[in-house]
Design a protein around this ligand. Structure first.
Ligand SMILES: O=C(O)C(=O)C[C@]1(C(=O)O)C=C[C@@H](O)C=C1
Length: 272
């Protein structure tokens, strides 16, 4: 199985790849979310793993657009507890560190820790693990990385501050994506949809009440701008169902009430 991730070995995406698919995979490393859909089109990967939201930093909004615009099929989800560590080249102390690089989502999750170290400049980078690798390869002094303990181990760096995320119980939700046609799976119990409603009073409430009527438990709703029409929004919603019949009946009713609707994927709800 060729599994593409955002980032390199030691990144949080790498940890998800191994926990979801096992260790026997061909890892396809990629340094930006936006280049990932092309890996499917060019047959360089069979599936993608893409972070979609974090419990501290919130949603990665551009990834909703990537999934929708490239018609990717959400075929799974995974929640990974995220433990961030500040790591440096061996021998360096926190007083020596002037710059800390990491993925923007990781920086957002650790801002509070750095309030006590105003001499440290936080700088966005492509990937948590890639910074760790660069520090080791170039024996960089005065520079730190925020990354997983797997990254510290893989690139032989010293962790000078473990668990630096603002809230200890920190978790990121990832999607497993493919560009294969959706197949009905017996184990599916969760669905992601995108819909657009008219600008009439109560139009969103009508959709939500249909979900409630059919016993569908909405776990997330996200609005996204419809960029062709300023101040118009699309809604991306996830809900959990007990039976396909409930879900299909609701879908048929919702179709009557919305301007457009698209199913982005049906999958098995992850444990957390
Ligand atoms: O840079 C990494 O290690 C990643 O896997 C990316 C990423 C993200 O995109 O949110 C994954 C999980 C954490 O939330 C921080 C960063």
């Amino acid at each position: 199985m060729r599994v593409a991730i955002q980032g390199i070995k030691g990144s949080f995406h790498h940890i998800v790849a191994e926990q979801y698919f096992g260790k026997n995979i061909d890892l396809v490393e990629c340094l930006s979310f936006s280049e990932m859909p092309l890996l499917l089109t060019d047959d360089k990967a069979e599936v993608l793993i893409m972070a979609i939201e974090n419990s501290i930093a919130g949603a990665i909004l551009p990834n909703y657009a990537l999934i929708d615009n490239n018609n990717l099929n959400i075929c799974g989800e995974f929640h990974l507890p995220i433990h961030h560590n500040l790591m440096v080249f061996n021998g360096q102390k926190i007083e020596d560190i002037k710059e800390v690089y990491s993925h923007p989502m990781a920086l957002l999750q650790c801002h509070k820790f750095f309030k006590d170290y105003p001499h440290i400049k936080l700088i966005e980078d492509t990937d948590t693990a890639n910074v760790a690798k660069r520090i080791q390869e170039n024996k960089l002094l005065g520079v730190g990385a925020i990354a997983s303990s797997l990254a510290a181990e893989t690139y032989n760096l010293t962790i000078i501050a473990p668990e630096i995320q603002t809230i200890k119980d920190n978790s990121t939700r990832f999607f497993i994506l493919s560009n294969e046609e959706r197949k009905q799976s017996l184990s599916a119990n969760k669905v992601s949809i995108k819909f657009v409603v008219g600008h009439d009073a109560g139009s969103l409430a009508e959709v939500l009440s249909i979900l409630a009527k059919h016993n569908l438990n909405m776990s997330k709703i996200q609005s996204m701008p419809v960029i062709e029409t300023p101040w118009k929004y699309a809604f991306f919603a996830d809900f959990i169902f007990n039976s396909y019949a409930d879900y299909y009946d609701a879908l048929e009713e919702i179709k009557e009430k919305v301007e457009t609707i698209k199913v982005l994927g049906e999958y098995t709800k992850s444990k957390r």
